[in-house]
Design a protein around this ligand. Structure first.
Ligand SMILES: [Zn+2]
Length: 130
């Protein structure tokens, strides 16, 4: 479809596992919807993780309960509407997730999508399992 990851998204992926970067870079070319990586969507320090926990944006406190983001094994996405607005709409994120899962399968990396979790759904979130 001709999308590519923007400069900010590339910067926000610094420090994460190369496999996740490869998946995201392939997925954006497969995706019918544009997407990006927010500033706290890549690698996180313990302090950054604790801030998100305290703000109610994550279930992991960063100390006793570690996030995959702290080991660089997770990535969060947001979608972009044709008008260029950020979207966390479940339908939009599901469309992007389909491209992410297709890309991971093509590259042979096992990727878990938070939108398929049973207890609660974390639609913007993807993590590597190995
Ligand atoms: Zn996440």
């Amino acid at each position: 479809m001709g999308f590519q990851l923007g400069k900010n998204s590339m910067k926000n992926m610094e420090g994460i596992d190369d496999r996740l970067i490869d998946i995201a870079e392939l997925a954006i070319t497969l995706s019918p919807i544009d997407f990006g990586v927010p500033s706290d969507g890549g690698w996180r320090s313990e302090i950054c993780q604790a801030k998100l926990y305290n703000a109610g944006k994550s279930k992991c406190d960063g100390k006793n309960n570690l996030s995959y983001h702290q080991s660089g094994k997770a990535i969060d996405l947001f979608c972009l509407t044709p008008e260029g607005a950020a979207s966390w709409d479940v339908h939009d994120l599901t469309t992007a997730a389909t491209a992410m899962l297709q890309a991971s399968a093509q590259l042979g990396h096992e990727l878990k999508w938070g939108g398929l979790w049973k207890s609660w759904q974390d639609y913007p979130h993807f993590e590597l399992r190995d």
